[in-house]
Design a protein around this ligand. Structure first.
Ligand code: FAD
Length: 518
């Protein structure tokens, strides 16, 4: 059975026992990647139960450094999370709700530690939002069983996607493996079920006795990042102003975008030198913004109540937010795609190159392909990369360099502020042609044409590759072939590590051989 089915079975087994658990002294909400008070399904349900029983609500955040290691969480993402926790703690404190933050050594300790804490607090109901990654689903199944054996109740809510995974199937009852029909079904489903876009209430204020009864919990501080995930002082200075943390920042950014750039999103979203996209991915990934709130706000700024009507910029943006849902649905239905396996088994036999010099050149933005190098330097410089460029560099790594896409997928997770397992895996699967609804393998991006089309004046390249600032005009796309070799060489810009035409042919042959023998 799939991990989601294991979890559902554990929840069903526990359901009779759970129904009999009476509320004691408090109700607990377990925060994960849902670090916000507004429009948070499980938090609203926890608050409602606490209010009805007249007991306080307690917030819990529990983390094991092993989780950060296992999920390759980038230091910039850890830093963003810890800063967000500070904001969340302050917001909750204004409602007399404590946020208890605990670090445990090993991730296997999490279920038992949650149960112990709850018993210590006199709480026997735990609310949390579902996370759809394999480890998390398995962990929650363990918690459901453990709780049943200890007389505690676990309540899980669907929150992170607009449409919960598993709801959309084709006419023949199958899961969609292609985005376009899936998206049509997604739109239809949201229109037919308007409650999916209803926002949840923020939590109510705790009874004033909470401050006394749980005084120690209000004293809890946000921990430091584990040593291996700590930013250097220089990185802190560079990254923190770029990524102000917390749900209020998400709200501000969303409002600004929906009142401005969303209008030209369909026209400009592929141009990396313009700030034409929302830059909200870090907030979606951390749960400082719900997808519901985002889609609803975008829809409300349109002149129609439909998600597929009205302004084309708004429609296009909503369809991009839906890609996030799509990849989470894929992860739940085909969990093996996120376990280092291609979607179609015949893609398992491609012979990848493990050329370390090429990989290093790619990671450092020194491939000699200006658009690729600008993008990789943007990743290191900001912890973020424009979507068009993510596709270009992923295609370049997996096809021009024929390097195992999993190395790129991993490198992205280790550096992205918005690193999200499902979307990252989906993006790499698309670009390397090994995923669900991928780019056909014989479609190999030409980095020079991509550069000329999406960065025609070379503004993006010059912004991120200082060696090429002195190169005039279109030569910036390919300095050594277009008469600017001297300037480029003098500034120390490298020559191309591979020649595209030959590399393309090598890739096509390797893919074909792999698929045919698979
Ligand atoms: P906008 O263009 O404003 O889009 C709004 C939101 O829609 C995004 O914030 C994101 O949540 C969602 N979205 C947009 N495009 C996609 C997409 N193709 N797939 C899934 N969701 C999408 N996105 C991540 O959030 N985390 C990742 O780790 C990640 N890795 C990627 C790796 C590769 C190789 C590729 C090709 C794409 C990846 N993406 C990832 C998707 C996309 O590049 C980013 O979501 C987007 O660039 C974020 O910028 P934005 O918030 O300004 O996006």
């Amino acid at each position: 059975p799939r991990p989601i089915e294991q979890l559902n079975a554990a929840l069903t087994e526990a359901s009779t026992q759970r129904a009999g658990v009476k509320v004691k002294d408090a109700v607990v909400h377990w925060f994960k990647w849902d670090l916000r008070t507004r429009d948070n399904r499980a938090l609203a349900q926890a608050s409602e139960m606490a209010q009805q029983a007249g007991v306080p609500l307690i917030g819990l955040y529990i983390v094991s450094p092993q989780d950060f290691e296992a999920h390759l969480t980038a230091p910039i993402r850890v830093d963003f999370t810890l800063r967000t926790l500070k904001v969340l703690r302050e917001d909750l404190a204004k409602l007399d709700i404590p946020l208890w933050i605990e670090t445990v050594e090993k991730r296997t300790m999490v279920p038992g530690r949650i149960a112990d804490l709850m018993e210590g607090w006199g709480a026997n109901h735990l609310f949390a939002n579902m996370e759809y990654e394999v480890d998390e689903l398995r962990r929650e199944a363990k918690i459901a069983r453990l709780f049943a054996s200890r007389g505690l109740a676990l309540h899980l809510a669907h929150d992170t996607c607009v449409v919960p995974p598993g709801r959309l199937t084709s006419g023949s009852g199958k899961q969609y493996a292609v985005y376009t029909p899936w998206f049509r079904a997604w739109i239809r489903h949201v229109h037919e079920n308007p409650e999916l876009l209803e926002l949840s209430e923020p939590p109510a204020k705790n009874p004033s006795s909470a401050r006394q009864r749980y005084a120690a919990l209000f004293d809890c501080d946000v921990p430091l990042a584990p040593e291996s995930k700590r930013l250097t002082p220089e990185e802190e200075k560079r990254f923190r102003p770029l990524w102000p943390a917390g749900e209020h920042e998400a709200e501000k950014r969303l409002q600004k975008f929906c009142n401005g750039d969303i209008g030209g999103y369909d026209k400009h979203r592929n141009i990396p030198s313009t700030p034409s996209t929302s830059n909200l991915s870090v907030h979606f990934a951390s749960g400082t913004l719900s997808a519901r709130t985002a889609v609803r706000t975008a829809r409300d700024s349109n002149n129609t109540k439909r998600l597929d009507g009205g302004h084309s910029g708004i429609q296009t943006w909503i369809s991009e937010v839906a890609w996030r849902d799509f990849y989470k649905h894929v992860l739940v239905h085909w969990p093996y795609v996120c376990m280092n396996k291609p979607f179609k088994p015949e893609y398992s036999n491609i012979e990848w190159s493990y050329n370390q010099d090429h990989f290093k050149a790619w990671t450092e933005g020194k491939t000699g392909y200006p658009i690729v190098d600008a993008a990789m330097r943007q990743l290191r410089g900001m912890g973020w990369m424009h979507n068009r460029c993510r596709m270009i560099v992923a295609s370049f790594l997996s096809k021009d360099l024929l390097i195992d896409w999993r190395m790129g997928e991993r490198f992205f997770m280790e550096h992205l502020v918005d690193g999200d397992f499902a979307s990252n895996n989906g993006g790499w699967g698309f670009a390397a042609s090994v995923g669900v609804d991928p780019q056909p393998y014989f479609r190999v991006f030409n980095p020079l044409l991509q550069s000329e089309k999406f960065d025609p004046e070379g503004e993006y390249i010059r912004a991120w590759v200082p060696e090429l600032r002195g190169v005039v005009g279109k030569a910036v796309h390919d300095p050594y072939a277009r008469g600017a070799g001297k300037v480029a060489a003098k500034a120390g810009y490298p020559r191309a590590v591979v020649e595209h035409k030959g590399a393309r042919e090598r890739a096509l042959a390797a893919y074909k051989r792999g698929i045919e023998s698979g």
